[in-house]
Design a binder for this molecule. Structure first.
Ligand SMILES: Nc1ncnc2c1ncn2[C@@H]1O[C@H](COP(=O)(O)OP(=O)(O)O)[C@@H](O)[C@H]1O
Ligand SMILES: [Mg+2]
Length: 332
């Protein structure tokens, strides 16, 4: 987006821009003439979703969660969003100074677990029975869609549709990946998910939808949550799965990282045995492989990444055994 269109959107919020920096496509850090730093971000979801997200977050913040969201008492925070000339939705939120939590620091991970649990607890009152945008019912379909997608790539490799090393790698290791995919679906079947799904009002909560080190910011005030475009109603296990996946995937699936997150979470909110089973089902699904073969921008479809994904999938087996033990330990 060109410079003056960012100025134009900011102007609609009543904000003048002294400086702007593009973080990535659709996210800008802007500084006002009086030195305040704000984040201007394009929301890919529609207007209805943006309004709902806004309503929920304002309520959650009233319960004390620290969130990078608008302050309705400030002039630039009066409106939830504005549209660009092209009709894209933009939100303007404070830029939170601080640092990204590091999975190498168990204290940071515990803090993220605490913040996520507080967010969930606050969400219970924020939702007030408003179950729009629930994704609780989609788990089987999502897992299956990913698994089928991997299978189409395997068929392609059998027809030698990729480079020779990739064809060979997928032919050799594809069946192992599909085994993990089947295990994930079996785990989901035996997890109590179907029962949860039948009682959305009892079990659905407000989920961030993309917890992970890059969506928390730590500073002297505490632990902030940012990046809310995936906000939805779901089971708490979904958020725990996301935060565990995002925190462990680049750290050899070291269980102590997950343990710190869960310890923090349980300081605030209760987890029962079924929550762990639900997390296991998602974790067992070969998501890293799926990301690689679907050629996401940040994770290219290369041999190096395929090996990284296979290594991840193999580490997840022992990781889930540790998760089982943790779930069965007397303190949980
Ligand atoms: N309000 C904010 N305060 C501080 N940092 C932010 C803010 N918004 C975005 N960032 C930084 O920009 C990065 C990308 O923004 P994010 O909203 O998480 O986008 P994405 O959807 O790409 O994950 C974040 O990981 C964070 O480092
Ligand atoms: Mg993010």
């Amino acid at each position: 987006m060109i410079k003056h269109s960012i100025n134009g959107v900011a102007k609609q919020f009543g904000v003048r821009v002294r400086q702007q920096m593009k973080i990535r496509a659709g996210i800008y850090r802007i500084v006002t003439p009086d030195g305040r730093t704000l984040s201007l971000k394009r929301m890919p979801k529609g207007v209805g979703r943006a309004r709902w997200i806004d309503r929920m977050l304002l309520r959650v913040r009233q319960s004390g969660s620290l969130l990078a969201w608008r302050n309705p008492n400030r002039p630039e925070g009066r409106r939830a969003y504005h549209l660009s000339k092209k009709g894209e939705i933009f939100v303007l939120t404070p830029w939170i100074s601080g640092r990204k939590p590091s999975p190498r620091s168990l204290a940071d991970m515990r803090a993220c677990g605490v913040a996520l649990a507080r967010f969930h607890e606050a969400g219970l009152t924020a939702l007030k029975g408003n179950f729009a945008y629930s994704e609780m019912g989609t788990w089987f379909a999502t897992l299956r869609k990913r698994h089928c997608y991997i299978q189409t790539k395997m068929a392609n490799a059998r027809r030698n549709g990729f480079s020779q090393p990739i064809n060979r790698f997928i032919k050799q290791h594809g069946p192992e990946i599909i085994r993990y995919a089947r295990q994930a679906e079996e785990l989901l079947k035996s997890s109590g998910y179907l029962n949860y799904r039948r009682h959305p009002r009892k079990h659905g909560i407000l989920c961030h939808g993309d917890g992970g080190p890059s969506n928390f910011i730590l500073n002297d005030e505490g632990t902030y949550l940012i990046d809310f475009e995936t906000l939805r109603v779901d089971l708490r296990a979904y958020d725990l799965y996301r935060i565990i996946y995002n925190s462990c995937k680049d750290y050899q699936w070291d269980f102590s990282i997950a343990k710190a997150i869960l310890d923090g979470y349980r300081q605030v909110a209760y987890l029962d045995k079924r929550d762990y089973k639900l997390m296991s089902a998602w974790l067992r699904s070969p998501f890293s492989t799926y990301l690689v073969v679907s050629g996401f921008k940040r994770i290219p479809f290369t041999m190096k990444r395929l090996r990284w994904a296979l290594d991840s999938e193999r580490r997840i087996g022992p990781f889930l055994e540790e998760l089982d033990e943790y779930a069965a330990s007397p303190s949980s």
